[in-house]
Design a protein around this ligand. Structure first.
Ligand SMILES: [Zn+2]
Length: 142
């Protein structure tokens, strides 16, 4: 099993404790996770989602221009759940079907500033696109 996955599973419960603590303090927070994640099916997640002013929204990150560095006309679909606490829900935005998707599998060679490297697509797609950063910042009033 992947080390990151093991650490993620160990800290999963803490995520919901923190979000609950922020909610109790009337704070504001957002948390995103892959839509297919088992974490979203946990009882503690459902309990959190049952609280007032806690919302879950689905977005497709292709709608926020998440694209591979080697093929700018394609997009990573990456269905994602965004849970917001203490604020309005994150606006749902789904794929508009106007582009092709590429799988989050494998890697490609890249040369930037004369330096060659291997880019893993799963790692690349783990970085928020600028449009998604702007939307999250707008949600949090920044
Ligand atoms: Zn799409």
């Amino acid at each position: 099993m992947d080390v990151k996955e093991v650490l993620g599973n160990r800290t999963a419960g803490v995520t919901f404790l923190l979000l609950r603590a922020i909610w109790e303090m009337r704070g504001v927070a957002s948390w995103e996770h892959p839509l297919s994640s088992m974490m979203l099916r946990l009882r503690c997640c459902h309990a959190l989602l049952g609280l007032p002013h806690v919302h879950k929204t689905r977005i497709d990150q292709c709608a926020f221009n998440l694209c591979p560095g080697d093929c700018r006309y394609m997009r990573y679909l990456k269905p994602t759940a965004i849970v917001t606490v203490g604020c309005e829900h994150f606006p749902e935005r789904r794929c508009n079907g106007q582009h092709e998707h590429i799988q989050l599998l494998g890697s490609y060679r890249s040369v930037r500033n004369g330096v060659a490297s291997t880019v893993r697509r799963s790692h690349e797609a783990g970085v928020y696109s600028k449009p998604l950063c702007r939307a999250l910042a707008a949600l949090h009033g920044r």
